[in-house]
Design a binder for this molecule. Structure first.
Ligand code: ADP
Ligand code: ADP
Length: 228
């Protein structure tokens, strides 16, 4: 069953059209990487799925739920059961790693939230540094905290916008593998933006190529590699 169904998504900013009718479906448990040059509409598509922007045309479904349709219903971001990881880690500087991950779990109560947060930090290999504040963590470690925080709420879909682009090459590969294994271990789906071909081919079950607000191509890494 498709978890995410984007149909003819259209988005305008003032006089500029950022998306010209993009359609795609993401299957349950699938990682779809979006490649494309700067300005091709990748972030706009992700922000629409997240509910941070509204469609001007088309529709977006998450599972059976219509979450956005131009002139129709709109489900706010906090009700979409999504996890998000961005290029800048966006951690709270005054909170420890543990509290950063526990924050979205506050409804569970402090003890249960901390227990679950620590389990998530353990999954990303950071349990030993749970008490550190972000400034005392490396970029890669901060991004692992951000990943743990995104997954702590048990999302059905993880949205990533160039999560590795601020890291150096060695770390990028290590963290890419970590993201892949954690996402697959949880059986969730991911929509993952990158401008790095190698990253997309290594991580994605399918790779979409965006160009000037259109999805130019959507294929498996194997098909992409076979092209001349
Ligand atoms: P990316 O790194 O994915 O290319 P950008 O740096 O272009 O993203 O954009 C960062 C943020 O600024 C995004 O939230 C995007 O929606 C917004 N943004 C991009 N271009 C413009 C623009 N021309 N005017 C206003 N906001 C913009
Ligand atoms: P990408 O993520 O592929 O770099 P974006 O989705 O950030 O592309 O941007 C697609 C186009 O929409 C770009 O031309 C960008 O300048 C424009 N854009 C994005 N966000 C805004 C915004 N908030 N206001 C105006 N223009 C925007």
């Amino acid at each position: 069953m498709s978890l995410l169904h984007i149909d003819a998504a259209h988005k305008r900013y003032d006089h500029h059209t950022a998306l010209h009718g993009v359609s795609l479906q993401l299957q349950e448990g699938e990682i779809l990487c979006l490649l494309g040059p700067s300005g091709s509409g990748k972030t706009t598509l992700l922000r629409l799925v997240a509910g941070l922007e509204r469609l001007d045309g088309g529709s977006i479904r998450l599972g059976q739920t219509l979450v956005d349709a131009a002139g129709g219903p709109f489900l706010p971001p906090e009700q979409r059961q999504l996890g998000m990881v961005f290029q800048d880690y966006a951690l709270w500087p005054h909170l420890s790693a543990l509290d950063n991950v526990a924050l979205p779990l506050h409804r569970l109560g402090r003890v249960a939230a901390h227990k679950q947060a620590l389990a998530m930090l353990d999954e990303v290999g950071l349990a030993a540094l749970a008490d550190r504040h972000p400034h005392a963590l490396s970029g890669g470690q901060q991004q692992r905290v951000a990943l743990a925080r995104a997954l702590a709420v048990k999302p059905r879909l993880l949205l990533c916008d160039e999560p590795l682009s601020n890291l150096d090459a060695g770390l990028r590969e290590e963290l890419r593998e970590r993201i892949g294994s954690v996402v697959r271990a949880h059986g969730i789906s991911a929509l993952y933006i990158t401008h790095d071909h190698r990253e997309a081919l290594a991580l994605g079950d399918r790779v979409g190529v965006m160009h000037q607000g259109r999805l130019q191509q959507l294929s498996t890494p194997r098909e992409l590699l076979r092209q001349p």
